[in-house]
Design a protein around this ligand. Sequence first.
Ligand code: BDR
Ligand code: CA
Length: 311
Amino acid sequence: TRKIIIDTDPGQDDALAILLAFASPELEVLGVTVVAGNVSLALTELNARKICELAGRPDARVFAGADRPLMRPLVTAEHVHGKTGLDGPDLPEPAMLLQDKHAVDFIIETLRKEETGSVTLCALGPLTNIAQVLIRAPELAPRIQEIVLMGGGFFEGGNITPTAEFNIYVDPHAAQIVLRSGVPVVILPLDVTHKTLTTAKRIERFRAMGTKAGDASVALLEFFERFDEEKYGRDGGPLHDPNVIAYVMKPELYRGRHCNVVVDATNDLTLGMTVVDWWGVTDRPKNALYIRHVDDEGFFDLLTERVARLP
Ligand code: BDR
Ligand code: CA
């Protein structure tokens, strides 16, 4: 099994990613760390606990982290995710408690304790918590197996500005720290997630499960899709964050290239843009594996086969 920490700002698509991780025996989820992003930290941490309980894992540990980006004011995305960040299903108030420890302390302690190179950080939101770990304990960078993140986009354009993807845009300085850290980074950008579309047929597969998790997934996806379908004029909205978890388990579903990726944190028009040197036209170092292609059928097969195992 592979040890992961899920850093997240749920978010309907974050919720599906968390369900996928808990449903997969190949993964050991050491903790769920929460960051402000789609909505405020108070809501993202509440949503994370609701999802753990939905997955039948009230024993999971949820840690609250940064309530705002490193340098910029928080930008949220209620226009996508609804007022609660998790609009759609009617999930009960969670009984499980939030852990006392700060998310950044938890990640630092875990990296010190676990065998070196054995922990993967799965980043589903703005990179603030992870950047804070790297600022406070840079000596731990070599102990991280991999940072696999959903963020950025280059060929497909942006979703919060014409040039920027939401997670990177919200905290571009944190993204810069991650990309300069020397840790192996895998990027699942909009170029990939805009290919994993929640078509009606795919949503039916969740309904057919006849489980609590299946029904909640339908409600999550139907709410989420409503926004994107209108916007992108496609059959179904892009399902972003579960790609991170699917990549960790089945990298053979994905194809990309090691190349240089830098984030703009200076210019107004391109703030938060991921500039990808796909063709190697600079001599900047290859600091990330930038994914561009996904077997979308294979991705949905994995996702539905796993979520079907949940209560
Ligand atoms: C990313 O932004 C959030 O709204 C989603 O949860 C996803 O992580 C997509 O740009
Ligand atoms: Ca997210």
